[in-house]
Design a binder for this molecule. Structure first.
Ligand code: NAD
Ligand code: UD1
Length: 348
């Protein structure tokens, strides 16, 4: 049997680029489609540099997944064994102000992709869902059976797409879906060659800490110091992006299990870390002092969120390997080598 072919939507982005490295290392033929709306083609160049000869198995097309004829052309040229679907907008605050933009990009984009997949007989999908679908969980750890809710339009797109996948599977059991609920991905490839490159001011904690450390922001605002947690700050399940990438290759292998239908898995470490603990670990890894400004809670934030990991361990045979120190070390390595993210053009 020849190498399996995988289409990766959003593969130039943060999680996508790390996953593409793993796919190429594992011998998959990989086609990336991305509109580069929140990413840079330099990420693709860097991925190629990281994988040596395997770069021959990677091709990139700058297209929007809502462009059906362009997507059909990609499927007409390659018979895909599966699709990993990262492409989407992900800024919670922006989604509150521009819900239609989020519904158009995330929902219409996914419907277009699923329609083209059906037309070309490719019915295996791994989808990037989020722990955001647990809302403010009534207890922790969050198991996959917890009730689901959406606190904002971004979260609603994740929930709607999950529901769409469940309905499609109910209508046609030839489909196989794996819905991966990511907790909080941070860190970067240990080479420092690829990492997260948010456009504008970051909303998430780790990219903000990084920008303070390299002098792009004066101080970190700590959103809430009165939570019922060990030090009063919010607790999250941070997961190394390389572990997350490995979770995707594990999910792809699971798609060839004849018994799989539409399944959900948490991808987290099962450990909770507070804002102050993460800051302190980052200070240790970087040798930089992160000035803090303690402010009120951010609206919509949950108190404590971390994953139950047993289902992924048991059924995907996958478990996160890296700890907070590794995540901070690799984040800092990426930050030192790329303090302003990817250059607009690769010069070397
Ligand atoms: P990212 O923005 O770095 O990557 C998403 C990629 O999709 C970008 O390269 C962007 O240009 C591309 N894209 C967006 N809309 C597109 C479209 N219509 N057509 C083609 N390409 C398009 O984000 P990421 O952090 O790598 O996240 C990947 C996925 O994982 C997203 O769906 C996100 O919602 C989900 N997710 C991310 C996190 C997180 O904290 N990073 C947590 C949970 C879930
Ligand atoms: C946020 C999103 C969530 C999304 C997730 C991953 C909100 C309300 N939720 O979750 O939908 O799935 O990102 O992309 O935006 N913090 C600070 N200062 C900062 C930034 C964050 O103190 O400048 C705190 C937050 O209050 C929280 C923790 O750091 O306690 C983590 O925040 P963040 O990285 O934004 O992730 P989530 O809140 O988990």
């Amino acid at each position: 049997m020849g190498a399996l072919s995988v289409l990766v939507t959003g593969g130039a982005g943060y999680i996508g680029s790390h996953t593409v490295v793993q796919l190429l290392k594992d011998g998959y033929k990989t086609v990336v489609v991305d509109n580069l709306g929140n990413s840079s083609e330099v990420a693709i160049t860097r991925v190629k540099e990281l994988v040596g000869d395997r770069a021959n198995n990677l091709s990139f097309h700058q297209i929007d997944i809502r462009d059906k004829p362009a997507l059909e052309q990609i499927f007409a040229n390659t018979k895909f064994d599966a699709v990993i679907h990262f492409a989407g907008l992900k800024a919670v605050g922006e989604s509150v102000h521009k819900p239609l933009m989020y519904f158009d990009n995330n929902i219409i984009g996914t419907i277009t992709l699923l329609e083209v997949m059906a037309t070309y007989g490719c019915k295996k999908l791994v989808f990037s869902s989020s722990a955001t679908v647990y809302g403010w969980p009534k207890e922790v750890p969050c198991t996959e059976e917890f009730p689901l809710s959406a606190a904002n339009p971004y979260g609603r797109t994740k929930l709607m797409i999950e529901d769409m996948c469940r309905d499609i599977y109910a209508s046609d059991s030839d489909w196989k879906f794996i819905l991966l609920r990511y907790f909080n991905p941070i860190g970067a490839h240990p080479s420092g060659h690829i990492g997260e490159d948010p456009h504008g001011t970051p909303n998430n904690l780790m990219p903000f800490i990084q920008q303070v450390a390299v002098g792009r922001q004066p101080a970190l605002q700590v959103f809430g110091t009165d939570y019922s947690t060990k030090d009063g700050t919010g607790v999250r399940d941070y997961i190394h992006v390389v572990d997350l990438a490995d979770g995707h290759t594990a999910a792809l292998s699971k798609l060839s299990d004849p018994n799989i239908g539409c399944e959900v898995y948490n991808l987290g470490t099962g450990k909770g870390t507070s804002v102050l603990e993460l800051v302190s670990a980052f200070e240790k890894a970087s040798g930089k002092k992160i000035p803090l400004v303690k402010t009120g809670r951010r609206p919509g934030d949950a108190e404590i969120v971390y994953a139950a990991t047993a289902k992924a361990e048991r059924e995907l045979n996958w478990k996160a390997k890296y700890g907070i120190e590794d995540m901070c070390r690799d984040q800092w390595n990426w930050a030192c080598k790329n303090p302003y993210g990817y250059p607009t053009q690769e010069t070397n």
